[in-house]
Design a protein around this ligand. Structure first.
Ligand SMILES: *Cc1c(COP(=O)(O)O)cnc(C)c1O
Length: 386
């Protein structure tokens, strides 16, 4: 099995491995598993936190998507992130991170992990040399997100992994925005890739989950131990739901991208738009890097309106098809204002430092008919003037 869609559909769900020849993985709800004798050596399943057949099937599928040896499923993207940090770091260790991270990730770093003595330095990782300059004696990990949220900045995974590996540092890449269909960080040299499964992998805005994929045996053993020891596992029902979502990932991503490209071009030409951020546009400052390390540009974009917060509020509140909502990656189109919603936990100065203006609007382009989406955006522009 080589092709992405074939793997997405079949890995972890081989009928010849199922008790009754099921074509779809059954949901195993049992929390505990009986042994034939007291002295039976421990193999197979024992207790569902440590291992569950449905979750196991999903984990095989997750690994296949990122060309990885191992996959691990967690109860949310942040649960996956917490487990990575708890498994691989200790007091006084230092992490160099991209300054334009998902808000919840920054909150986990600054308001939780720092209390346990882990240190973080944020840099503009668009320039790999900025990462190198921030490395200290106690640096253990580099944490990237690419493309970033909400400004679609890119980090050069290959160049940064080379810098990191001169010092044996672990490179973690949050691949949520691109999805494994468009980008595979492990193939570019990263050590750990993570996903908020809640977004494109689940794909239907009906399940919260997280995933980690790795090749290194030692890193995997530590993560596996902590998945059980910390306990933030994905439930059997949710594991099944994520498997169901993944089967259509390729066709969904093709459509997300096609719609996003059309909308990005439409917005770029609109007189009331100041600027569009989408890696697929040749106007994107890192378009060349996007072409080099991604196979497609994804379904996320953002844009600045001419005007300020008031115009942006009127715009998003005039739409009918785009739901005014946080999150992303589902089949339905969503729109939001980072300054008041996803990035409201950052101070205005912090937002301005990374370039998030009050008039910035973030769009998760869904897979509806693009003509309907553009007609809806027209409503937004008319709404500004009222
Ligand atoms: C949503 C998101 C997360 C957090 O995932 P949850 O499933 O919400 O815990 C992490 N990184 C990125 C880029 C995200 O979009």
């Amino acid at each position: 099995m080589k092709g992405f869609s074939t793997k997405a559909i079949h890995v972890g769900e081989d009928p010849s491995e199922m008790q009754h020849g099921d074509v779809v993985s059954p949901i195993h709800l049992s929390t505990t598993f009986a042994k034939k004798s007291v002295r039976e050596v421990e193999e197979g399943y024992v207790y569902s936190r440590s291992g569950n057949p449905t979750r196991n099937n999903l984990e095989k599928k997750l690994a296949a998507l990122e060309n990885a040896k191992y996959g691990l499923a967690f109860s949310s993207g942040l649960a996956a992130e917490s487990t990575i940090l708890l498994a691989l770091l200790k007091k006084r260790d230092h992490v160099v991170a991209f300054d334009d991270l998902y808000g919840g990730t920054k909150r986990l770093f600054n308001q939780v992990m720092e209390r346990f003595g882990i240190e973080f330095t944020y840099v503009d990782a668009r320039e790999p040399e900025n990462v190198r300059s921030a490395i200290k004696e106690n640096t253990k990990m580099i944490w990237l997100e690419t493309p970033t949220n909400p400004l679609l900045k890119l980090a050069d995974i290959k160049a940064i992994s080379e810098i990191a590996h001169e010092r044996d540092l672990i490179v973690v890449v949050d691949n949520t925005f691109a999805s494994p269909y468009f980008q595979n960080p492990l193939d570019l040299g990263a050590d750990i890739v993570l996903h908020s499964v809640t977004k494109y992998l689940g794909g239907h805005s009906d399940v919260v989950g997280g995933a980690v994929m790795v090749n290194d045996d030692e890193i995997y053993e530590k993560l596996k131990f902590h998945q059980n020891a910390v306990g933030a596992i994905l439930s059997p029902f949710d594991s099944w739901l994520v498997m169901r979502g993944i089967k259509t990932l390729a066709v969904r991503m093709e459509r997300h991208e096609k719609n996003a490209m059309r909308i990005a071009k439409y917005l770029e030409e609109h007189p009331l738009v100041e600027r569009v951020y989408y890696p697929g546009l040749s106007s994107h400052p890192q378009h060349e890097l996007a072409r080099r390390q991604m196979r497609g540009f994804g379904g996320m974009l953002s844009f600045e309106l001419k005007g300020g917060l008031e115009e942006a509020v009127k715009f998003v509140e005039s739409l009918k098809i785009f739901a005014l909502a946080e999150s992303l990656g589902g089949v339905e189109s969503l729109i939001e204002l980072p300054a008041l919603m996803t990035h409201a936990s950052l101070s205005k100065e912090e937002r301005e430092k990374v370039g998030i203006k009050d008039s910035l609007i973030r769009v998760s382009v869904g897979i509806e008919d693009v003509e309907d989406l553009i007609e809806d955006l027209e409503k937004g522009f008319r709404g500004i003037k009222q």
